[in-house]
Write a protein that binds this ligand. Structure first.
Ligand SMILES: C[S@@+](CC[C@H](N)C(=O)[O-])C[C@H]1O[C@@H](n2cnc3c(N)ncnc32)[C@H](O)[C@@H]1O
Length: 244
């Protein structure tokens, strides 16, 4: 064997390398050192709420502004909307059909369950959110998304949430005029509805579910899927320790 066996040498022509470039907006790394529940962070007992570092970043981002969370969960600032009454939201409602007027809040925060959302669902969510927001829409997920010129990406964070955990992204989109009107029921197709079995076991179907086709079953049929465990891995999503 010679010392040059397998040696890497870069030889290329002139010009740009396809796909090899830096981001065109600021992208930072947010390092969550710990997500263990701690008294000083409101005794965070669950794995699906904002990790403390993400919560802190969002607080700093939105301080002095009005906020609505369309997937409220147990967030502890701003107005919370959620389909699950057990989370005790201010408003029980569906993030895909939010009952708010144009420009109701400075910022809309989207922290949906981490299932594989189809493109139409993402577009529907972003259109609805941009309609409500005066300034920004925040997206927290395991999937990086792109919007359009009415909602350009302004800033992003890649988030290390812990060892053996899926990486998250927090993206901040700026709201621009002219806005596109939100999509109406029937104008987009939704994937399967997902509920966390830990905190929504006895959840009642919402009255307006009848008017929307959810999942592959008959109209109005609501399916449930646990957020963690083998089922979730089968769906191709492993969230890691803290969110299970
Ligand atoms: C990841 S959790 C949000 C956690 C929240 N950011 C916190 O810090 O506690 C997602 C939430 O979305 C809710 N949810 C799921 N589908 C929804 C929908 N279509 N509309 C509104 N809320 C929904 C779930 O009940 C759950 O509370």
């Amino acid at each position: 064997m010679t010392a040059t066996l397998g040696l890497v040498k870069i030889t290329r022509g002139r010009g740009r390398i396809a796909g090899y470039s830096g981001p065109n907006v600021p992208v930072e790394v947010l390092w969550c050192g710990t997500n263990r529940p701690r008294r000083k962070h409101g005794q965070r007992k669950n794995g699906w709420s904002f990790p403390p570092a993400v919560r802190e970043l969002l607080l700093q981002e939105t301080q002095g502004r009005t906020v609505v969370h369309l997937f409220g969960g147990r967030a502890d600032f701003g107005i919370l909307m959620d389909t699950d009454p057990a989370t005790r939201p201010h408003i029980i409602g569906d993030a895909f059909l939010p009952p708010f007027a144009r420009d109701s809040f400075d910022a809309v925060i989207l922290d949906p369950p981490y299932y594989r959302m189809n493109r139409q669902e993402i577009i529907a969510l972003l259109r609805a959110s941009a309609w409500i927001a005066r300034r920004h829409v925040y997206w927290l997920h395991t999937v990086w998304i792109a919007a359009n010129s009415a909602l350009p990406l302004e800033h992003a964070w890649l988030i290390r949430t812990g060892d053996q955990c899926a990486v998250r992204t927090l993206q901040r989109f700026a709201v621009r005029e002219p806005k596109l009107e939100p999509l109406k029921p029937g104008e987009f197709q939704r994937g399967s509805a997902l509920k966390y079995n830990r905190w929504a076991m006895a959840g009642e179907p919402l009255p307006f579910a009848d008017s929307i086709r959810i999942g592959s079953g008959p109209a109005g049929q609501q399916t449930t899927a646990p957020a963690c465990g083998p089922e979730q891995i089968r769906e191709g999503v492993f969230l890691g320790d803290w969110s299970c």
